[in-house]
Design a protein around this ligand. Structure first.
Ligand code: HEC
Ligand code: HEC
Length: 371
């Protein structure tokens, strides 16, 4: 009798142990990072010929996510797809409006729960030429960027696996995923990859900022005056960061004096490097008349306010860029007014307001495909 009891105890104990192990294994698979997934894509579809104008430099595309007609079309559908949000009410394009160069009019865009974040919606163009995305560069590449707004509690606030299930349940999306990846299975990685492909096809340029003769010939005399202020080291001195190229940026991160030593520290807040405190992604200056308000926190409503910031309004901290700090401050780190006249400033503002690309805003390959 005793022996039987002992056997029962032994088996029960082993059963409990097996159960615990099973539970741990299930838990483990539940908490796996949604961003890191084993590759589920297959290169498939028709290679996309971008036929970019010859003044565009070649764009490097990651080998594992080549641009295809079908992949870009899937990404375009997803960019305009409210199913990617928690209550199926918000799409990427609700904050990134094509007629606003894929930016928004408000200081902080509202997410599905009515909450707002602390950063201004960035315009989207020429993304394939940069690395590191967001004002603080926290997304290492475009393939890892889309999931951030989808799962963000102040943006689309969706469980990524729920979004995947919803797309999988849709016959239309099963077809679109099949066309893009030769397999109708929806995965987080394929979702990110297709959105990345679509975003790589958003191009914008303005030849008034092209280097050399092309630029000179594209500017009228008043624009030329503004451009000269832009490149004059004693006046605008803007070109160190907003490079003289068709994109109007060097795609780097810099501290342009918006950081006063407290609050949002941008890149430095992200990577913990003191030299990077207050550095933000240098934005493009294209389409400025459509992308206000300005800066990472949308603090300026007008270009006039931006110019006044660069004149004597910027903050000086140890990581403020030397191109601003050393040249345009007194010995005590106080901004010193530049040697520019009121006319210079107005010419510069006029020039900036002319860096618009109306072609981008009416490019029908970027329209909402669901309409
Ligand atoms: C609620 C508004 C909102 C929605 C919805 C939204 N975004 Fe954004 N987007 C932003 C804001 C704000 C930023 C800047 C955030 C930051 O820097 O922390 C941003 C930044 C970006 C950037 C970085 C651009 C650059 O130059 O570094 C990309 C790319 C982007 N969004 C794509 C998307 C995609 C794709 C979706 C849909 C899956 C989406 N966004 C949905 C507001 C939004
Ligand atoms: C040291 C590098 C640097 C210099 C020099 C510089 N900028 Fe900037 N600029 C930046 C960075 C970085 C940002 C984003 C800062 C932020 O979001 O807080 C920015 C933002 C802007 C914006 C806002 C764009 C947007 O989409 O929000 C405008 C406009 C602008 N700069 C124009 C100029 C002009 C005009 C000059 C010359 C008078 C100039 N910049 C000089 C780096 C620089």
């Amino acid at each position: 009798m005793e022996e039987r009891k002992q056997r029962i105890y032994k088996w029960t104990a082993m059963g409990v142990l097996v159960l615990i192990i099973l539970m741990l294994v299930t838990l483990e698979s539940c908490v796996k990072d949604p961003i890191i997934e084993s590759p589920t894509h297959t290169s498939c579809g028709t290679p996309l010929d971008l036929s970019l104008p010859n003044f565009f430099p070649p764009m490097s595309v990651p080998g594992e996510n080549p641009l295809t007609v079908e992949g870009v079309f899937l990404g375009r559908n997803l960019f305009y797809e409210p199913m990617l949000s928690g209550d199926n009410s918000q799409k990427c394009a609700d904050c990134h409006h094509q007629d606003l160069a894929f930016s928004d009019t408000v200081r902080f865009s509202k997410g599905i729960d009515g909450f707002v974040g602390t950063r201004n919606t960035m315009p989207l163009s020429n993304l394939g030429y940069g690395s590191k995305f967001f004002w603080d560069g926290r997304a290492p590449d475009l393939e890892h960027q889309p999931i951030f707004p989808i799962v963000s509690p102040v943006e689309m606030h969706e469980d990524i696996y729920h979004a995947v299930q919803e797309l999988q349940a849709s016959e239309k999306y099963r077809g679109l995923f099949y066309n893009a990846f030769c397999d109708s299975t929806v995965t987080v990685e394929r979702l990110n990859f297709a959105l990345a492909q679509f975003m790589r096809t958003i191009f914008s340029y303005n030849l008034k900022m092209a280097p050399g003769d092309v630029g000179r010939q594209s500017r009228n005399p008043i624009e030329e005056r503004g451009f000269q202020v832009f490149i004059d080291e004693k006046k605008g001195d803007c070109f160190h960061c907003h490079a003289v190229n068709i994109f109007t940026t060097n795609f780097e991160f810099a501290n342009n004096g918006t950081y006063d030593g407290t609050g949002d520290a941008g890149l430095g807040g992200q990577n913990g490097n003191p030299a990077d405190l207050g550095k933000f992604k240098t934005p493009s200056l294209l389409n400025l008349i459509h992308t206000a308000p300005y800066m990472h926190d949308g603090r300026f409503k007008t270009l006039r306010e931006v110019i006044d910031h660069y004149d004597t309004g910027f903050h000086v901290t140890p990581s403020t860029d030397p191109n601003l700090l050393r040249k345009h401050t007194d010995g005590n780190g106080k901004p010193v007014a530049r040697s520019w006249t009121e006319q210079d400033k107005q010419d510069l503002i006029f020039f900036l307001s002319r860096l618009t690309d109306d072609r981008l805003r009416s490019d029908s390959t970027l329209f909402n495909p669901h309409q």
